[in-house]
Design a protein around this ligand. Structure first.
Ligand code: HEM
Ligand SMILES: *[C@@H]1O[C@H](CO)[C@@H](O)[C@H](O)[C@H]1NC(C)=O
Ligand SMILES: *[C@@H]1O[C@H](CO)[C@@H](O)[C@H](O)[C@H]1NC(C)=O
Ligand SMILES: *[C@@H]1O[C@H](CO)[C@@H](O)[C@H](O)[C@H]1NC(C)=O
Ligand SMILES: *[C@@H]1O[C@H](CO)[C@@H](O)[C@H](O)[C@H]1NC(C)=O
Length: 329
């Protein structure tokens, strides 16, 4: 009979947390003043330890926010009852540096236990990755809650393949209220980080089933890629996504103009007329790129599911709930 107060409590918690959240700058200024400083500090240390790690963490924002909103569902480990998103098609053997988020969370739990959500950590850390690698800095809106579940299936259905063409990507981003300009600017995140040969084998050797390489690849660059990623070689070998993979700059767009994009989903932005004009613009005006990138990150960061949430203690697992304890006994 004591189950009733537990259920009622759960219901109240659930109701209080559901619906759209009002995100705002300085959300933690009263409840955890050093929060943003702590995130940047851990990110800075991670970058010194391994420069690529901050790019890897920045990618989390895209893979989290597109799948049921920015709710840290991406960070949940699989459980016996739930297939998480970490092993989804676009994430398996690819997403990395989850331990950096764990470190941020641990530092925040020490300073202000139970206050800062993992979903907000992703948003702050993505911003910090850009600022720390030479890109722009900006004010983020905070106040997200962490999901109670994750969906591998949704991730499989939503996240785009590196084979995608610009018209597919335009449609996909449009479903999230992101414009063609947002798409091109956000793809500029590939100014930092690396990708695997696995992601480009088809375009080097069998583009669209033609048995031939993608004709949009500049021949000298293709020779380089063929050497890096030979047929039958180790497809876990990685290559830089642009010529300056530790610097957040507009080199990525200069590379696309020169036919030196790494992924098909990158080079296609120059091949298609709807996106080409923005690639050109950003290739000669870095400030325009930075402005559009910030706008895109803020819009993407506002995506929400409206589902109930919580502040997780450990980003990898949901908090244990009173009703679970009751049901188990
Ligand atoms: C437009 C559609 C996009 C596609 C198809 C795409 C696809 C990919 C692929 C295939 C990789 C390499 C994966 C691997 O080989 O293991 C990658 C890496 C990366 N992506 Fe994207 N991406 C897209 C948009 C974005 C966005 C919007 C962001 C962030 C705002 C982002 C951030 C990154 C970063 C930083 C890396 C490098 C990660 C690392 O070095 O660990 N991508 N992306
Ligand atoms: C782009 O990709 C989609 C989905 O793979 C395909 O249906 C479409 O024909 C492609 N568009 C062009 C113009 O190549
Ligand atoms: C896109 O914007 C419209 C109007 O502002 C809004 O009703 C809709 O919920 C938004 N969609 C997403 C996926 O955010
Ligand atoms: C290239 O792709 C097509 C269609 O996907 C496939 O039928 C063909 O066997 C592939 N060729 C090679 C050499 O892998
Ligand atoms: C890459 O490495 C992982 C283990 O880290 C392995 O499971 C996977 O099969 C490898 N993938 C490719 C494409 O070689």
């Amino acid at each position: 009979m004591s189950v009733f107060p537990g259920l009622l409590f759960l219901l109240l918690v659930t109701m209080a947390a559901a619906g759209p959240l009002r995100l705002r700058p300085g959300f933690y200024s009263e409840t955890c003043p050093p929060a943003e400083f702590i995130v940047r500090d851990v990110m800075r240390k991670a970058m010194i330890r391994e420069p690529r790690s901050v790019a890897s963490v920045m990618r989390f924002q895209f893979h989290d926010c597109f799948v049921n909103g920015c709710d840290a569902s991406l960070l949940l480990d699989d459980t016996p009852n739930m297939l998480g998103e970490k092993l989804a098609l676009s994430n398996i053997n690819s997403l990395r540096s989850f331990e950096v988020v764990d470190e941020v969370k641990e530092a925040l739990e020490k300073a202000c236990p139970g206050i800062v959500s993992c979903a907000d950590i992703i948003i702050m850390a993505a911003r910090d990755a850009v600022a720390l690698t030479g890109g722009p800095d900006w004010v983020v809106r905070l106040g997200r809650k962490d999901s109670l579940t994750a969906s591998q299936e949704d991730s499989n259905n939503i996240m785009p393949s590196p084979r995608a063409n610009a018209s597919f990507l335009i449609d996909l981003f449009w479903q999230f209220n992101l414009s063609v300009k947002d798409l091109v600017a956000l793809s500029g995140s590939h100014s930092v980080g690396k990708a695997r040969c696995f992601s480009i084998m088809f375009r080097l050797y069998n583009q669209s089933g033609s048995g031939k390489p993608d004709p949009a690849i500049e021949p000298g660059f293709r020779e380089k890629l063929d050497k890096l990623c030979p047929l039958g070689g180790d497809e876990n070998v990685t290559g830089a996504l642009d010529a300056t993979p530790r610097l957040f700059d507009n080199q990525y767009f200069k590379d696309l103009v020169a036919g030196r994009g790494f992924l098909n989903s990158d080079q296609t932005l120059f091949t298609f007329p709807q996106t080409r004009k923005y690639v050109k613009l950003f290739s000669y005006d870095q400030n325009e790129f930075f402005k559009a990138f910030i706008k895109g990150m803020l819009k993407m960061g506002d995506l929400q599911s409206g589902k109930p949430g919580e502040i997780r203690t450990n980003c990898r697992v949901v908090n244990s709930r009173p009703v679970d304890v009751l049901l188990e006994s």
